[in-house]
Write a protein that binds this ligand. Structure first.
Ligand SMILES: NC(=O)C1=CN([C@@H]2O[C@H](COP(=O)(O)OP(=O)(O)OC[C@H]3O[C@@H](n4cnc5c(N)ncnc54)[C@H](OP(=O)(O)O)[C@@H]3O)[C@@H](O)[C@H]2O)C=CC1
Ligand SMILES: Nc1nc(O)c(N)c(N[C@@H]2O[C@H](COP(=O)(O)O)[C@@H](O)[C@H]2O)n1
Length: 218
């Protein structure tokens, strides 16, 4: 399995504002790059915080890229995955439409009724007692044939993936905006590291739109 984390952050390192609403940090070229990256992957993963905040579709938008996937013998859309310990994903969430296969990774703490509701719309993966055990969940996704994984956020999930040593690559678009706010989500939130900080190796750095794209290897 190969896991690439992709995100767009403001010049001051925020993924969104303190209102946790979706903000267009990327420019047109970066959104096109993200669409190509999605098209190149078996699955696109987010945390339930992103589903509740943004209600994303997580689909490939360019029809030509979908057609190319079909030509290559793949489904027209990559699978979508939500990491959601308590099965809080709303049944009318855009990520549960039938335009792509969806997996919801839950923990044993998810109420049975919520799990049954979601099971009508998605494949459920149960891993972990109170919180999704990411190592077990990603192993289950791999067993289901999902090898090339893209994670789109948010900051809580990205931190946990680094904590579990699950990140192979980090691609960050740094946009020209200042968002600020001590409670605004950053690229890696969670409890934070106080020692043994993961370090990355810079692979490429390019100017894109009005910002920069940094690609790091883990
Ligand atoms: N600019 C960008 O590129 C992006 C921006 N965003 C922004 O980020 C914000 C959302 O980020 P955030 O609130 O951090 O939410 P996340 O999407 O990171 O989801 C976090 C939630 O995932 C669940 N979860 C389950 N298991 C785990 C685990 N092992 N580790 C971590 N989380 C786990 C937890 O909820 P539970 O315990 O209930 O399961 C947790 O609260 C929004 O404002 C959104 O707009 C999001 C993506 C990309
Ligand atoms: N690459 C990127 N740039 C930004 O500026 C963003 N705000 C995001 N957000 C992510 O994209 C998801 C929306 O996906 P759909 O367009 O609905 O398919 C959103 O939930 C964030 O994960 N990404």
């Amino acid at each position: 399995m190969h896991v690439v984390v992709n995100a767009a952050m403001s010049a001051d390192g925020k993924l969104s504002s303190r209102r946790r609403e979706q903000i267009s940090i990327s420019g047109e070229s970066d959104f096109d790059r993200v669409d190509r990256l999605r098209a190149d992957r078996d699955a696109v993963v987010v945390g339930v915080g992103t589903v509740l905040a943004d209600d994303p579709r997580l689909t490939v938008k360019d029809d030509a890229l979908c057609e190319q996937r079909r030509t290559d013998g793949q489904s027209s859309q990559p699978a979508r995955v939500v990491i959601d310990s308590k099965a809080r994903t709303p049944v009318d969430a855009a990520v549960l439409t039938d335009e792509a296969e969806t997996y919801v990774c839950v923990s044993e703490a998810a109420p049975v009724g919520r799990r049954m509701d979601l099971a009508d719309h998605a494949e459920l993966v149960t891993a972990g007692d109170d919180r999704v055990d990411l190592l077990r969940a990603f192993a289950a996704l791999q067993a289901a044939g999902l090898e090339q994984i893209m994670v789109e956020g948010g900051g809580e999930l990205i931190f946990s993936l680094f904590e579990n040593g699950l990140v192979d690559e980090l691609r960050v678009f740094v946009g020209p905006t200042i968002i600020g706010g001590r409670d605004a989500p950053t690229l890696a939130d969670g409890d934070g590291f106080v020692t043994n900080f993961p370090t990355l190796e810079l692979e490429t750095l390019e100017r894109l739109d009005d910002g920069a794209l940094l690609v790091w290897n883990s």
